[in-house]
Design a protein around this ligand. Structure first.
Ligand code: HEM
Length: 139
């Protein structure tokens, strides 16, 4: 359960997964995000597969699971270990910021109530900073 959980049934907590509209909302978010990735000169070459569909599916299932929906991601992929899974890719500030730019646009397109949009965004931003795996000289 996360801090964005709301209650609309009698005293029963509702997950963010449910509150935002379930799987179709996460599919829409990730599909929109990947439209941006597909056209991004920095990010597109990082994706090993020609078809971005399977990568979109993995991210969708992960986010659904994280926000309290079905655990299909782990049933198919095992423990997320996201930092480890990103180790093969060089993720510096530029890659992180490009990822976040497409994700920001995708979150905005959902037109969620502000509290839900903020909860979702805060997590995505934190997670993206956490995925950075190269040290860069700040000078
Ligand atoms: C910071 C910039 C990021 C970059 C450049 C990046 C890039 C990538 C790349 C190239 C892949 C491989 C594509 C695939 O085969 O699935 C991948 C996979 C994945 N990424 Fe990211 N990513 C970033 C941040 C994030 C964040 C913040 C999350 C979660 C909130 C995330 C979740 C995932 C997931 C779930 C997978 C699939 C893992 C698997 O099951 O193999 N990524 N990412």
């Amino acid at each position: 359960m996360n801090s964005a959980a709301e209650s609309d049934r009698q005293g029963e907590a509702v997950t963010l997964f449910e509150a935002v509209g379930g799987e179709p909302t996460f599919r829409k978010l990730v599909d929109e995000f990947y439209v941006g990735v597909a056209a991004d000169p920095l990010l597109r070459p990082m994706y090993p597969e020609e078809d971005l569909g399977p990568a979109a599916d993995r991210l969708t299932l992960f986010l659904i699971q994280y926000w309290g929906g079905p655990n299909t991601y782990s049933a198919q992929r095992g423990h997320p270990r996201l930092r480890m899974r990103h180790a093969p890719f060089r993720i510096g500030a530029a890659e992180r910021d490009a990822w976040l730019r497409h994700m920001r646009h995708a979150v905005d397109r959902l037109d969620l109530p502000p509290a839900l949009a903020t909860a979702l965004w805060d997590y995505l931003e934190r997670a993206a900073y956490f995925m950075v795996n190269v040290m860069e000289d700040p000078s």
